[in-house]
Write a protein that binds this ligand. Sequence first.
Ligand SMILES: [Zn+2]
Ligand SMILES: [Zn+2]
Length: 135
Amino acid sequence: MTKLSGKCLCGDISFEADGDVPVMANCHCTACRQSTGSAYATLMFMKQDNVQITGTPKTYQHKSDTGNVMTKHFCANCGTPMFTQNSAREGMLGLRAGLLNEHEEFVPKANVYTSSKMKATVLEDGIPAFDKMPG
Ligand SMILES: [Zn+2]
Ligand SMILES: [Zn+2]
């Protein structure tokens, strides 16, 4: 895996990451749409220990539809959504792939929560689509 890096719009928060990315997916859930302001979230989950963060993101916590505690990390200065954590995935950090300098490294393996996707969103053929979260 290549080294990954990225930063928020104003540059106050940046990160470098290295290591396996076991989960790459587009999430169409309502919370992802709201917290990103986008049609869906582009997520790469990797071990938190493999991610070095410079700067201090602000956090916001909410409950998922399955009752897990979700923590959203964002830049307090420019508002860029940066990272996400799920209490059910201890030690893992979700990086928002749109931030990557090496954005060609993002190859989603699945679309999840397609039950709440926007009508205008066209799903890519050839990768699985799940109504909710698989597993
Ligand atoms: Zn910023
Ligand atoms: Zn989501």
